[in-house]
Write a protein that binds this ligand. Structure first.
Ligand code: FES
Ligand SMILES: [Fe+2]
Length: 421
């Protein structure tokens, strides 16, 4: 069980909180979906670590991520016009380009050009990879972008969505290190998909509700290995790669269009995160590259709701109406009553815990081993950073493209790893 102080250290990310400072200094943070920024389209407010920024793609395709406030008198640049390779602030017409440079200050005479050249908004390095815009918010020189298995694939081999979640970032992360919930929370979803896909190894989760966990500490975080001894003597092994602090690469169904599943938590502020969920295929195109720009109204339905890439697991309701839980569907056999998609089930359970779950009130069970290890690793990382070292290991990882998640059924008589104490 955690102390209140440890829970605060782990969860708080605003202001000068150590966890937020560590993310700022050491992480490339996912800010939004790549397709949400189109050339000369509306700028977008992006909130990260409790601070608001403006993100836009200029006429030439270059992405800028700047402080939200105009450097003149601080009007919001989310309101700005996006044209001719710069944002034009609607208050007095100052123009700021993707590098943050003020390129025109029409309110100043004489020598507006020379005046503008001396003023810049703060801009932040960005990388457009794997369908996401990633940003480095630290004061240091940006570290190399640590490529992941899906960030080096062709654009059409990756499909990724966003969902706003009204709860702390760590709740989103911990759900990905909790393999035990799959066979319960997602029971109906998995039963339905497993019946139509004979490669759906995740269907094995329905057979064993108390998996064991092995945990390997790596130079990027943790490999969380969920082990289920199946009735026929075989062993179902699921290895999730957790790239500390907020990237989880979860097994898909090898050999299908889902070689791996993306769960990445963007740390918005103490009480909110955005979950980027999706999947990748190593050798099959799963989107035509334009699909994610199709208006919501023209997309297919998934379950009983529109398929909205920009709010994939969202709800229409809130706590007062139990987030729209469908009791009639439950009576008719649906387990959770959230019939939209699997992600809706994940996000509603995390949000239902409250904005920041009080971890002093938990009673963890044997299946929570990976979560326990992850919390310890995060607390150790804060100590390492306070001592001037990288969060984990000797150096910050720079290339994780081979960190593929693993999903396999080992035949009977395969040596069963000893449970982790
Ligand atoms: S506040 Fe933006 S131009 Fe004046
Ligand atoms: Fe889940």
């Amino acid at each position: 069980m955690l102390t209140h102080e440890q829970n605060e250290l782990l969860t708080r990310i605003e202001g000068d909180a150590p966890m937020g400072a560590m993310m700022r200094q050491y992480s490339w943070i996912p800010a939004c979906l790549s397709f949400q920024l189109q050339p000369d389209d509306a700028p977008r407010r992006v909130r990260l670590l409790g601070t608001d920024y403006v993100a836009f793609r200029d006429s030439s395709g270059t992405v800028g991520l700047l402080d939200e406030r105009c450097p003149h008198r601080n009007a919001s640049l989310v309101l700005a016009r996006n044209e001719d390779c710069a944002l034009t602030c609607i208050f007095h017409g100052w123009r700021i380009d993707a590098s943050g440079q003020v390129v025109d200050a029409p309110t100043h005479q004489p020598n507006a050009e020379a005046f503008a050249a001396k003023i810049a908004s703060r801009s932040y390095p960005v990388v457009d990879a794997g369908g996401l815009i990633w940003v480095y918010l630290g004061d240091d020189e940006a570290p190399p972008f640590p490529h992941l298995p899906f960030t080096v694939l062709p654009q059409n081999n990756v499909w990724v969505t966003a969902t706003e979640c009204a709860c702390n970032w760590l709740q989103g992360v911990e759900a990905t290190l909790d393999t035990a919930h799959i066979g319960t929370l997602h029971k109906s979803y998995i039963a339905a998909t497993a019946s139509t896909n004979d490669r759906n190894t995740i269907g094995q989760t329905l057979q064993v509700l108390a998996p064991r966990y092995e945990v390997d500490h790596t130079d990027y975080g943790i490999d969380a290995i969920g082990l289920r001894s199946l009735p026929d003597g075989s062993l179902y092994k699921r290895t999730t790669r957790w790239v500390m602090p907020f990237v989880s690469l979860v097994p898909g169904n090898p050999g299908t269009t889902t070689d791996g599943v993306i769960f990445i938590v963007s740390p918005v502020d103490d009480h909110n995160h955005v979950l980027f969920f999706g999947f990748w295929s190593l050798d099959t195109e799963i989107t035509d590259g334009t699909y994610q720009t199709v208006p919501v109204s023209q997309r297919a339905l998934i379950g009983d709701r529109p398929f909205d890439v920009g709010n994939f697991g969202g709800f229409t309701g809130g706590r007062a109406d139990n987030w729209g839980q469908n009791r009639a569907a439950m009576k008719a056999g649906h387990f959770s009553g959230f019939t939209g998609n699997l992600l809706q089930e994940d996000t509603v359970t995390q949000i239902s815990m409250g904005p920041i779950v009080d971890r002093t009130k938990e009673h963890l069970s044997s299946s929570d081993v990976a979560i326990i290890h992850a919390r310890r690793a995060l607390l150790d990382a804060l100590e390492n950073v306070a001592d001037g070292r990288p969060p984990v290991g000797e150096t910050v990882p720079t290339d994780l493209r081979d960190a593929h998640p693993v999903d396999e059924v080992l035949p009977p008589n395969t040596a069963t790893p000893a449970p982790v104490a």
